[in-house]
Design a protein around this ligand. Structure first.
Ligand SMILES: Cc1cc2nc3c(=O)[nH]c(=O)nc-3n(C[C@H](O)[C@H](O)[C@H](O)COP(=O)(O)OP(=O)(O)OC[C@H]3O[C@@H](n4cnc5c(N)ncnc54)[C@H](O)[C@@H]3O)c2cc1C
Ligand code: FES
Length: 263
């Protein structure tokens, strides 16, 4: 884990409530793996003190991108940042998605709801680079929650769209679209997903029912992101028995079969 106290914002994109910042930070970028995250200091002022966890959305040799929804004070401050300003970041943190050694020629199902799509772009690129065929299931409440459709399509991946209000694509929850699609197409080698807990629980059920291994990225309130505060604990199955682990250290990505849902 590295601390870059002055990651320069070199590019910014804004949609309705969603933001993308490209940060120059070569040392962090070189170590980044899909599914890992950064702890971002949103302000140089004492308040808000706590850093915010944000997934690494993309990387190249020079830097990383973050993609986020404005959801509270911290992300609102971040949304106001301009190119030329710097951010204090810690990362890459956590354990990311496990990509099988033999991804070539295999199909993968990537499922993201709203801001949960953030880590899946980096993953889709890695899978493509290894000769895999990611199919992306991208859901939102409404069309405005899906600003990255064209970015995914440019990777030459199949992109399936759903909106809860039916304004674009499949009308209904992204999990319903996934269930429908998996019922009529060949089984993917693995499912990867990121989103709120109820969505992750549903996907774990779908994966178990079809006997498809799944890797799920869990959200949590995070005070430190580095294993120091115990603010992010979650019960998981290890060696047949349940134990509490820190999501920031052991996750945020877990195999779905090890996650305990009846909290
Ligand atoms: C590993 C990880 C990766 C994430 N990646 C992304 C991403 O790429 N894009 C994105 O838009 N969001 C992401 N999130 C969620 C994001 O961290 C929260 O939306 C954000 O921290 C909210 O901060 P806020 O100050 O705007 O909201 P506030 O509600 O004002 O935050 C108050 C406190 O609660 C915490 N908090 C509130 N909601 C959440 C939440 N759902 N998850 C974690 N902490 C929360 C904040 O860290 C803060 O300490 C991720 C969360 C985790 C755990
Ligand atoms: S966020 Fe502090 S221990 Fe995980």
């Amino acid at each position: 884990m590295l601390n870059d106290p002055a990651a320069l914002i070199i590019r910014k994109k804004t949609w309705d409530g969603y933001f993308l910042l490209a940060l120059r930070s070569p040392r962090v970028a070189r170590r980044a793996k899909p599914g890992q995250f950064l702890m971002v200091r949103v302000s140089g002022q004492p308040y808000p003190l706590l850093r915010r966890p944000l997934s690494i959305h993309a990387r190249d040799e020079e830097g990383v991108e973050i993609f986020f929804a404005r959801s509270g004070l911290g992300t609102a401050i971040l949304a106001d940042k301009k190119t030329g300003e710097t951010l204090d970041i810690l990362g890459p943190l956590g354990k990311g998605f496990v990509i099988p050694a033999t991804a070539k020629g295999k199909s993968f199902c990537l499922i993201g709801g709203g801001r949960g799509i953030a880590p899946l772009y980096f993953l889709a690129r890695e899978l493509r680079a290894k000769g895999g065929h990611p199919r992306v299931f991208y859901g939102g409440k409404t069309e405005a929650d899906l600003p990255l459709i064209r970015k995914f399509a440019a990777l030459k991946t199949e992109v399936f769209i759903s909106t809860d209000d039916g304004s674009l694509g499949f009308p209904g929850l992204v999990t319903a679209m996934v269930e429908k699609e998996l019922a009529r197409s060949a089984r993917p080698a693995r499912i990867y997903a990121c989103g709120p807990d109820p969505m992750m629980k549903k996907i774990a059920g779908i994966a178990a029912g079809l006997n498809i291994p799944a890797q799920l990225s869990l959200e949590s309130i995070m005070g430190c992101g580095i294993g120091a505060c115990w603010g992010c604990v979650r019960k998981v199955l290890r060696g047949g028995s349940a134990e509490w682990v820190k999501i920031c250290e052991e996750g945020p990505v877990f195999a779905s079969r090890e996650i305990v849902w009846d909290l």
